[in-house]
Design a protein. Structure first.
Length: 208
């Protein structure tokens, strides 16, 4: 038997409240609990992963910085950026972390290809890039086979806060967004298209 995802469209969310909700969901989920995909945008925030170095925050201005439990360095979230959190049971899907990262990256690359944009991943630096410029970021946490956090795709946002950090710990890494690439589809449409691609690529969850 395979289950379907529960898709939650949460709108514009406070980061800390969403993070606490993710942790609570994962702590309390049972073996039969369906996996969920949370689709949202965040109010402006910098997040610093478990390996994050404060030196990569150059000038945060009045934007809060939150130390969190995902992997990776520092990134920015704000309105106009599509965020998808993947709350998955990897054991039930017989899925490894490396393969999950590849599925997320490939889904974003396929989405952009449908708009005639050629994007690539980088084995040394998770995410999706166009001519060396980063358009999507990934950051996951896995505990007891359960995942939290996920990915962000820059759609139509104010990119200036990225100049206050070394994105993902890389100095002078340029950040780009869908609007700059001529993609005019609204964020909700891109979200639906990307979720469909993720669902196609993720192995079915088998419930005993």
């Amino acid at each position: 038997m395979s289950d379907n995802f529960i898709i939650r469209k949460l709108g514009l969310c406070d980061y800390l409240e969403t993070w606490e909700a993710m942790k609570s969901f994962t702590k309390n989920r049972q073996a039969e609990t369906q996996d969920e995909l949370w689709i949202l945008e965040h109010k402006p925030v910098f997040t610093l992963g478990t390996n994050g170095k404060r030196e990569h925050v150059l000038d945060s201005g009045d934007i809060p910085i939150v130390n969190i439990d995902r992997g990776g360095q520092v990134t920015y979230h704000g309105p106009g950026q599509l965020v998808i959190y993947l709350l998955l049971n990897l054991h039930r899907r017989k899925l490894g972390v490396r393969k999950l990262v590849s599925i997320i990256e490939d889904s974003i690359i396929q989405l952009l290809a449908s708009y005639q944009i050629k994007a690539l991943n980088d084995p040394k630096a998770p995410g999706v890039y166009i001519d060396g410029k980063k358009v999507a970021a990934l950051g996951l946490r896995v505990s007891r086979g359960y995942t939290t956090h996920g990915m962000s795709l820059n759609v139509d946002m104010d990119l200036s806060p990225f100049s206050g950090i070394n994105p993902c710990g890389y100095e002078n890494l340029e950040v780009i967004q869908c609007r700059d690439l001529g993609i005019t589809s609204p964020l909700p449409q891109l979200a639906d298209e990307l979720v469909s691609l993720l669902q196609e690529q993720l192995p079915a969850a088998v419930i005993n």
